[in-house]
Design a binder for this molecule. Structure first.
Ligand code: IPM
Ligand code: MN
Length: 350
């Protein structure tokens, strides 16, 4: 059972994600029971709420949530996001935001001389605490003395659980974990993060670890993207790195993400990294691959590993072939054309 959040991009990328997942289900012999929820900025315009007060209770029985993008210029960003996306991530303890970065054949990158296969890493972003905290406030509003304070919150439990996930993931991959820090400038929370990283590392002697301050790390993403296997970072650092990584490999429209509760106590949520792109919304030209690839991550999380691999293979093949491309990757095809091309391959691919 999948709770599909019927949000602002529902007319575009989400139906293509569903189409490809349905094709995978048919091929591998399982069925989806989709249930759309009409929550988002349009609902906000009518009701003043992004989701009903019991939204999380409504979603809880589902196996997973397949989410489009949230946000519209008519609603302040912090209102739309703190009214929907962030409460779901927190309420369901989706403390890992997993964001793979891969260079595909057929995608032009702003970098020179990199070949597919050479850039392939995962960002593990802490997704429940850190810099994204609602602890703080303002004083003396509207006067010259006005001030704003926002507290970063790092808990040992919160840091350790995301680090543990990252170490385990590195173990399944190339056994190399990089930590994003800034303990030279941020002198309380970041040294704490570093200490937790080192302590956790002692339990994983087989994993090669390194750490960089976030400033030089962004430079390394551009200059040496082949250095990375798994990169773990706090909520804000992971957010920044997960736009930079996809940009380096060619298109943010392709990047997927999985908001995971690894213990499966609550549903996990799968959404593209890109936002609601109001500049092209409604035109039918958005790249659906970020949504479709997020669907593949959902399949993997639900245990349908072969189906997940098939969907990812179909994405890679469609991109390599290069016949069907949306404008962001240099073509003139529509969202639907690209969804259809990938779905067809999923149905046929052996
Ligand atoms: C993301 C987005 C969100 C975030 C915004 C929309 C709040 O940028 O998922 O990366 O920062 O988490
Ligand atoms: Mn982001």
């Amino acid at each position: 059972m999948i709770g599909m959040k019927n949000l602002d991009s529902v007319k575009e990328v989400v139906p293509q994600g569903i189409r490809v997942l349905e094709a995978a289900g048919k091929r591998f012999g399982f069925q989806f029971n989709w249930r759309p929820f009409d929550w988002g900025c349009e609902t906000y315009a009518k009701t003043g709420k992004m989701m009903p007060a019991d939204g999380l209770e409504q979603l809880q029985p589902f196996d997973a949530i397949f989410l489009g993008a949230v946000g519209h210029p008519s609603v302040l960003d912090h209102v739309s996001l703190w009214g929907l996306l962030i409460p779901i991530r927190r309420g369901f303890r989706q403390y890992v935001n997993l964001r793979p970065v891969r260079l595909f054949e057929g995608i032009e990158t702003p970098l020179k001389n990199w070949k597919p296969g050479q850039i392939d890493f995962c960002i593990v972003r802490e997704n429940n605490e850190g810099e994204y905290s609602n602890i703080g406030g303002r004083l003396y509003e509207g006067t010259d003395d006005e001030m704003a304070v926002q507290q970063t919150v790092f808990t040992r439990r919160g840091v350790n659980r995301v680090l543990r996930f990252a170490f385990e993931l590195a173990r399944e991959r190339k056994k190399h974990l990089t930590s994003a820090t800034k303990s030279n400038g941020i002198i309380h929370t970041m040294p704490f993060w570093d200490e937790c990283f080192h302590q956790m590392g002692t339990a994983y002697p087989d994993i090669h670890t390194d750490q960089y301050h976030i400033d030089i790390l962004t430079a390394h993403f551009v200059r040496h993207p082949d250095w990375f296997d798994v990169v773990v970072g706090s909520n804000l650092f992971g957010d920044i790195l997960s736009d930079l990584g996809p940009a380096v490999v060619g298109s943010i429209g392709i990047a997927p993400s999985a908001n995971l509760n690894p213990e499966k106590e609550f549903p996990s949520m799968f959404e593209p990294v890109h936002g609601s792109a109001p500049d092209i919304a409604g035109k039918g030209i958005a790249n659906p691959i970020g949504q479709i690839w997020s669907g593949a991550m959902m399949l993997r999380h639900l245990g349908a590993v072969e189906a997940a691999n098939t969907v990812e293979g179909a994405i890679a093949e469609t991109l390599a072939e290069g016949k069907v491309r949306t404008p962001d990757i240099g073509g003139q095809s529509t969202t639907k054309d690209l969804g259809a091309a990938i779905a067809t391959l999923v149905s046929r691919k052996r």
